[in-house]
Design a binder for this molecule. Structure first.
Ligand code: AMP
Ligand code: FES
Ligand code: ZN
Ligand code: ZN
Length: 313
């Protein structure tokens, strides 16, 4: 198959866009599209300071690469979770993130959870679930807390993550199965700043996972191929498999699922009932401020993270 824009061999065929592109035109198209999404959803401007949360995976490193090429002021943040899983998962992803930053002269901030909070994520999970639960919930809570803290303390205007369309469609699917109104209301390409927390944005939310793999490969980005060892058998992976099946029968189904949701939201399908003037959390409840860390929380008193971490001796 030939590239739509020149005679060279296409390296990717995007059936949903009826578009095949070569190794030169594909990365160019990704840059143009990302710039378009950044503007369309008013994510950030060239004058603003951007903090990119980088995991060492293909999505977040590619995102950083794209923003760097587009001329944004983007620093990276790597959170060392202390996950080994027999493959040195965290060490390897840290190494790849450092190598990426050094190769482009970019600034990578690092927060090591063990050094900062006295325990690795698996240790925190072991203690709080008494060895029964997966570390993913504790991990998610900690990552969100650290990202918010660094963005706020270091004065970034916006925090961006590498969530792609497959991630967003799987979350949307889960939230729709439960009709979780608070989560549905907050899901989208941008979450505005509130109560001292930076704006959050997901510039890759309209790109399929396979498009991100192709981008990383064609740009020669070295990334960690392994998924987090604790994600194996997770619900998210199960939902992604279901959506992949749907996509293979109906090319474009994932994109249309996500975009129709955004449109429905814009049209007022998920309007919030009147709750007074205050801000609300994921379930629509009023927001309070955690006395320990100053981040918003849904109940009065310490936030879930401070309640978890404060017990560290
Ligand atoms: P995940 O929750 O692992 O699917 O990752 C979603 C996004 O969160 C990634 O694309 C990154 O932007 C960010 N992220 C995940 N893990 C880390 C980490 N260890 N350090 C910094 N950012 C991360
Ligand atoms: Fe956090 Fe897997 S448990 S990345
Ligand atoms: Zn071409
Ligand atoms: Zn707190």
């Amino acid at each position: 198959m030939k590239c739509r824009k020149c005679d060279a061999k296409a390296i990717i065929n995007m059936r949903q866009h009826k578009l095949a592109l070569c190794k030169d035109h594909y990365p160019q198209w990704m840059l143009e599209q990302t710039q378009r999404f950044i503007e369309k959803y008013r994510m950030f401007s060239l004058q603003e300071r951007v903090l990119v949360a980088v995991s060492g995976g293909k999505d977040s490193l590619s995102l950083w690469d794209i923003l760097w090429q587009l001329g944004y002021q983007a620093d990276g943040l790597y959170i060392g979770l202390g996950i080994d899983g027999g493959i040195g998962y965290s060490d390897e992803s840290h190494h790849l993130a450092e190598k990426f930053a050094a190769g482009r002269g970019l600034r990578l901030r690092v927060v090591d959870v063990l050094e900062t909070y006295g325990e690795t994520i698996p240790e925190m999970a072991e203690r709080t679930t008494r060895g029964k639960g997966r570390p993913c919930a504790v991990c998610g809570l900690t990552k969100r807390h650290v990202m918010n803290r660094v963005a706020r303390d270091e004065g970034y205007d916006v925090l961006v993550t590498g969530h792609n369309l497959d991630d967003e469609a799987a979350v949307l699917f889960a939230n729709t199965l439960n009709w979780a109104p608070g989560y549905l209301m907050r899901q989208g390409p941008v979450l505005e700043a509130r109560q001292g927390m930076a704006r959050k944005a997901k510039p890759l939310c309209r790109f399929y996972e396979r498009e991100m793999v192709a981008y990383a490969l064609v740009r020669g980005i070295e990334y960690i191929y392994d998924e987090c060892p604790h994600a194996l058998g997770s619900k998210t992976i199960y939902y992604k498999e279901i959506l992949n099946k749907l996509e293979s029968d109906r090319p474009g189904a994932k994109l249309s699922f996500y975009l129709s949701f955004l449109k429905a939201k814009e049209d007022g399908l998920f309007t919030r009932p009147q709750q007074g003037d205050g801000e609300t959390g994921a379930s629509g409840e009023a927001l309070h401020t955690c006395p320990t860390c100053g981040q918003p929380t849904s109940a009065p008193g310490e936030c879930a993270f401070c309640r978890l971490a404060i017990r560290i001796s």
